[in-house]
Every structure is written in C-alpha cells, then in structure tokens.
Design a protein around this ligand. Structure first.
Ligand code: SF4
Length: 372
C-alpha cells in the first residue's frame, strides 16, 4: 500500500479482521504501547471490531500523561519568574499543575511562548540576552533528538541564556515494569512505531526473549493496527515470542543512528518518575554533566515539590493495562478533559481522554455496540 487512505480502507480492514478471527483459538490480552495508537483504536472502534477473544488494553505511551505533577509545578515555578521566557509545545499549556495551567500563568502576565521546535528557542534567546529562555523538554525518544540538538547548538554557539527543563522518558523500561508487575495481564505488545523509527527495535528483542512476550512494531492507521494485532495473534497462537515489524515503511531494526548518537552525546540515562506509575529505574534522560549550563533544574534550583494523585484515580492501573478507563468511578463525571483528575485524562492521547472524546462515557460498561 502506498497512500494513507489505503490504511483506512474498510474492505482491507475487514479482510484482516477475518484473518484474525480465523487464527484465534483462545483469549489473548494485547497492549498498544503508544497514546497515538490508543487514540486511533478508540476513534475507529477497532477494539469493538475484533473477535471477543482479543482484548486490547492501553499502555503508558502518552508523554504528556506520564509527566509527573511535580514536574508541571516545577515548570510553573520557573515560568512565573520575571527574568524567564518559558517555551513549550502547545500540548503542555493546558496540562493542570497543582494551581492551574500555563495558559492561566500566561494570562496573569508570565512570558510563556508556544514553539514548534526547541531550535526556535535559540533565536528567542539570542534576541533577548537579558532573559533566561527555558524550553520544557517533555517526551519519549521521539522528541529527544531535537531537544539534544538544541542544547548541543546552544553550547557550540555560546547561547548561555538557553536551558531546558528535562522530563524525558524512554519506553523499554516501562514495558519491563509492566511485565514484572504481579497483576500483569499483557501477553503481547503492539510496539511504539514512532519511537522505533528513532531507536529501532533492538532493545525490544531482549524483552521479548526474557519475558517470552511477542512484540510487533506497529503504525497508527486502522489497517496498521489490525495488521499488528494479526501478527501478534499469529505469534501467540504458534507459541512464538519475537519482535516483528508491521511498520516497515517507517522503521528499521537499527533506527535512526544519527539521532541516537545525538541523544547519547547530550543525555545520560537516569531513573524517572512516571505520573500514575511511580519511579521506574533507568527510564529517563537527563543532561550530561558537560551541558550543566543548559540544565534548568540546576540553574533554578526549585525546592522539592510533593504532590499526590486523587485517591479515586486509577490511572496507574490504566497505564499498566490492568483496568480500562470506564472502570474508574470518576470517569466522565468528576473527571473529564475539562476537569482532569489524573494522568490519562490530561492529554487527548491519554486513554481516559480518548474514551471520553469518542463518547464511551455514554456507553454502559461492558457494552460492545459494534463487535465484528
Ligand atoms: S477517568 Fe480520571 S480519575 Fe479516572 S483513571 Fe482516568 S484520569 Fe484517573
């Protein structure tokens, strides 16, 4: 297939579903790792079209969702300063901290700018030498290369008033954490297509072998996702646990080695806290020591912030595939995209937000209106 609409073709999708129905002989629980994949699955109702034996659960791959509340509050503390121009991608501006969001701070007079690339911040920094320009570096391995490049250029060009507030997370340790959980139900993963476009899939081979779990690197269109499920079901039914690549038009085993080198030049691996999950060892990036002059955490030394998730929120279980959003008592009532209580409702790619935005708060629990 060559064109995008072919990956949304009804007839092709139906053929793949028929093949899955032919293959499946027993129940399987499959997790899609990426928030973008969750969004497509819920938008197109793919989980309702699959045979009942296939259960899709939703993974931790929404970077905005898993950014800890403490980090949002830290960003707000920096953005409030009169000597700071605080830059961010637009999706972080609506994410609430303990006391409102960045849009509110902007309305109150804070100098907050939406940018489309961290490299824009270097221009802003050069044009405003009396200000400290800070970029909120959030995301998985997909956004890390551009953020690394911005820091690299800032150091090389002597742009000393530019720094980044790093909240990067990496995917493979989160899968390990899910598989090690005593409550784990996941038997196969639809691997993160965009992350693997950068990192390749070599890291996933060790996970597949160690935990005897098949992983299929998968794209984001409906036919991509259904093909990914089909490839997983084939492996599961045959008792295989390998890494396969459905997303061959974008991903190679090696990934983008230039981008990986840039990440390794600028970042070290560190432990990171994931909102709703907690600390996962070696699951994040931090700036290497030689780039400390561009490390907003070090420059601004914001005092330790402690926050707690609302007791009613089960987003940690949603992010690990243990529960579904509509099993949460607050879903669609106390908790909506306008009044998010937890990690998975704060971004449109979060599972709770996807369920809400595509009307699943209107469907009673367990109903399956369009099972194929
Ligand atoms: S619906 Fe809201 S409160 Fe419930 S799990 Fe999702 S984010 Fe948490």
């Amino acid at each position: 297939m060559k064109y995008l609409d072919e990956y949304r073709n009804d007839r092709v999708a139906r053929n793949v579903i028929d093949e899955i129905s032919r293959l499946v002989t027993q129940p399987w629980v499959i997790m899609e790792v990426c928030g973008g994949q969750t969004h497509s699955i819920v938008k197109y109702g793919l989980d309702y079209l699959l045979p009942e034996a296939i259960e899709l659960v939703h993974g931790p791959g929404c970077p905005v969702c898993v950014t800890p509340l403490e980090m949002i509050d830290r960003a707000h503390a920096i953005a409030r300063r009169a000597d700071v121009i605080f830059c961010s991608f637009g999706d972080m501006l609506r994410v609430p901290g303990s006391n409102g969001d960045l849009f509110q701070l902007k309305a109150e007079g804070a100098n907050i700018r939406i940018v489309y690339s961290p490299l824009e911040c270097l221009k802003i920094a050069r044009a405003a030498p009396d200000k400290k320009v800070v970029f909120f570096a959030v995301g998985f391995e997909t956004t890390a290369p551009a953020n690394a490049m911005a820091v690299w250029q800032a150091k090389a060009q002597g742009v000393r008033n530019f720094s980044i507030l790093v909240s990067h997370v990496v995917v493979p340790p989160s899968l390990t954490s899910i598989l090690q959980s005593p409550a784990n139900r996941v038997q196969g993963f639809l691997g993160p297509g965009h992350v693997c476009a950068v990192m390749g899939w070599r890291e996933y081979e060790a996970i597949a072998a160690r935990y005897r779990v098949p992983i299929v690197v998968t794209g984001f269109e409906p036919v991509d996702l259904l093909e990914g499920v089909m490839m997983l079901v084939r492996q599961l039914e045959q008792g295989r646990a390998e890494v396969e690549n459905q997303y061959a038009r974008a991903v190679s085993r090696e990934g983008n080695e230039e981008a990986q080198r840039m990440i390794a030049n600028v970042f070290d691996v560190c432990d990171r806290s994931w909102r709703g999950i907690g600390i996962i060892p070696k699951s994040g990036y931090r700036l290497r020591y030689e780039f400390r002059e561009h490390d907003a955490d070090r420059i601004f030394q914001v005092a330790d912030i402690r926050t707690a998730e609302p007791a009613i929120c089960i987003s940690g279980q949603v992010l690990k595939g243990i529960k579904k959003p509509n099993e949460c008592p607050a879903f669609g009532t106390q908790c909506t995209p306008q009044t998010p209580l937890g990690a998975t409702m704060v971004s449109a790619e979060g599972a709770c937000a996807a369920y809400y935005n595509y009307g699943r708060h209107l469907i009673s629990l367990g109903a399956s209106p369009a099972r194929g």
